[in-house]
Design a protein around this ligand. Structure first.
Ligand code: NAD
Length: 481
């Protein structure tokens, strides 16, 4: 398999860079996978200078064929579906079935925003004056997209596609653990005919170049997905120059099971809602709240379906859960398992290392912890879920909202009125009823509270990459003839 080995800076593929090398380890084998150059500050500066110059000099934002270019990017992704999925699977340790789904979703994302170009615009406003008032949606200029390692290609496309669709220049920085699919995307975008310099990919270490990238005076907007602490730091750095920022941050999402729900269906669906992607999912439903009268029944079914998960080789189509992304991520989960034990939580299954080599970890179900304990409150980002009982709807909503995060949530009930009531009262950006699926290309996705602000996906995302301008044209009334 050929791995991408160069950064895309100023229209050229660069195999050496000022930040040394990123040595990637394959999570499923713990063996070295490949190396890519790491951008240093001088590389970042060159990328940003040339992207800003490309925005000013090329007519990208005014080109009427931008939709055609985006459709070609989508087609390029589709043509490389297998290659991109294998790359992502080996780099992240992601099951190949999940990776294939994500690559197809990435292509659909470009198709959606290609179509969005002709539907997204300003409006005319009937102002109280003699004339015509209308708004324009104008590109921001240079946008930096910073993405995490859990869904590297998809998170990148959620930002890059609407940013390019609205006519911006884009510099993409993937996470240092998972740069490969972003670099491969660079090839696809280049081949689709995006003008030189309008799209650049700079892999590198956030700890070394992140601040420089964010604070750079040429950057107009930062679109970020990652940890809440990193998002907070970015926001502070962006404040000096009033940069636009959108933040998709961490989560500790609730999954509420009411006694009048199809309890078996909820228990069968719950494991993949938290252990999918080995729990490294911002939407992971990692606090399962269950009405007390069905608590034992639910718990038993949950543990049973968790034990039935197919954990193993990410290259196998049958695998549902692969390894964690890195040794340090596995250690982090192990620390939380210890913390749960120290707090007298009951470990009902898992909690130990799985097959080796590879950063495998057997999914953990724990109960008996106070809802305000660290394990029930902090984002673990690994295969661990807490189960907590509640007595009535009021308590369910209170516990669901007892967190600093507010990204996603599910509720399971047979009572339609309760579903509508609770869906509205839980403080999260997305909510699903009688399913754990709440992320759709056409619908806005993002968080309340410390899960961030701004929205990916849907037409909402296009607004985030534009400025709105109001124009008033005086039209004095003509004399009647
Ligand atoms: P992270 O915050 O450590 O890193 C994210 C990106 O930021 C990486 O590219 C990293 O190199 C970069 N970075 C690090 N320090 C930086 C700095 N000072 N300035 C600029 N960039 C910097 O997050 P991660 O560990 O890669 O990802 C996991 C986190 O992402 C979890 O908290 C998860 O919930 C969150 N996440 C959120 C969503 C969402 O849509 N809300 C989606 C996926 C992941």
């Amino acid at each position: 398999m050929k791995f991408p080995d160069a950064l895309l800076i100023d229209g050229r593929w660069q195999t050496e860079a000022g930040g040394g090398r990123l040595e990637l380890i394959e999570p499923a084998t713990e063996e070295p996978l490949c190396e890519v150059p790491a951008a240093g500050k001088a590389d970042i500066d060159r990328a940003l200078q040339s992207a800003a110059a490309a925005f000013a000099k090329t007519n990208w934002s005014r080109r009427t064929d931008r939709a055609d270019v985006l459709y070609r990017i989508a087609a390029g992704i589709r043509a490389k579906t297998d290659e991109l999925a294998r790359l992502e699977s080996r780099n992240v340790g992601k099951p190949i079935g999940d990776a294939l789904w994500e690559v197809r979703a990435a292509a659909r994302c470009f198709e959606y925003y290609a179509g969005g170009i002709s539907r997204f615009g300003g409006e005319t406003i009937p102002v109280n004056a003699q004339g015509l008032d209308y708004t324009l949606r104008l590109p921001l200029g240079l946008v930096v997209c910073i993405v995490p390692w859990n869904f590297p290609l998809l998170m990148a496309c959620w930002k890059v596609a609407p940013a390019l669709a609205t006519g911006n220049a884009v510099v993409l920085k993937p996470a240092s653990l998972t740069p490969l699919s972003a670099l491969a995307l660079g090839r696809v975008v280049e081949e689709a005919g995006v003008p030189e310099g309008i799209f650049q990919v700079v892999a590198g270490r956030g700890s070394e170049i992140g601040d420089y990238l964010v604070a750079h005076p040429l950057v107009r907007k930062i679109a970020f997905t990652g940890e809440t602490a990193t998002g907070s730091r970015i926001l502070k750095l962006a404040a000096d120059r009033i940069k636009r920022v959108s933040l998709e941050l961490g989560g500790k999402s609730p999954n509420l099971i009411f006694a009048d729900a199809d309890v078996e269906a909820a228990a069968a669906a719950a494991p993949l809602a938290v252990f999918g992607n080995a729990g490294q999912d911002c939407c992971a439903r990692s606090r399962i709240l269950v009405e007390r009268s069905v608590y034992d029944r639910f718990l038993e079914a949950l543990v049973q379906s968790t034990r039935q998960l197919n954990i193993g080789d990410p290259a196998s189509e049958a695998t549902q859960v692969g390894p964690l992304v890195s040794a340090s991520q596995r250690q982090r989960v192990e620390r939380y398992v210890q913390l749960a034990k120290d707090s007298r939580g009951r470990i009902l299954c898992g909690g130990d290392r799985g097959r080796e080599p590879g950063y495998f970890f057997n999914p953990v179900v724990v109960d008996g912890l106070p809802p305000d304990s660290r394990v029930c409150q902090e984002e673990i980002f690994g295969p661990l879920t807490c189960v907590i009982p509640f007595d009535d709807e009021e308590e369910a909503v209170r516990l669901a909202n007892q967190t600093e995060y507010g990204l996603a949530g599910s509720l399971w009930t047979g009572d339609l009125e309760r579903a509508l009531r609770v869906a509205q009262r839980v403080e999260t950006g997305v909510m699903s009823v009688n399913t754990n699926s709440s992320v759709y290309q056409e619908a806005p996705f993002g968080g309340f509270k410390q899960s961030g602000y701004g929205r990916d996906l849907g037409m909402e995302a296009m607004r985030l990459y534009t400025e709105i301008k109001n124009v008033f044209v005086a039209l004095p009334e003509s004399e009647p003839t």
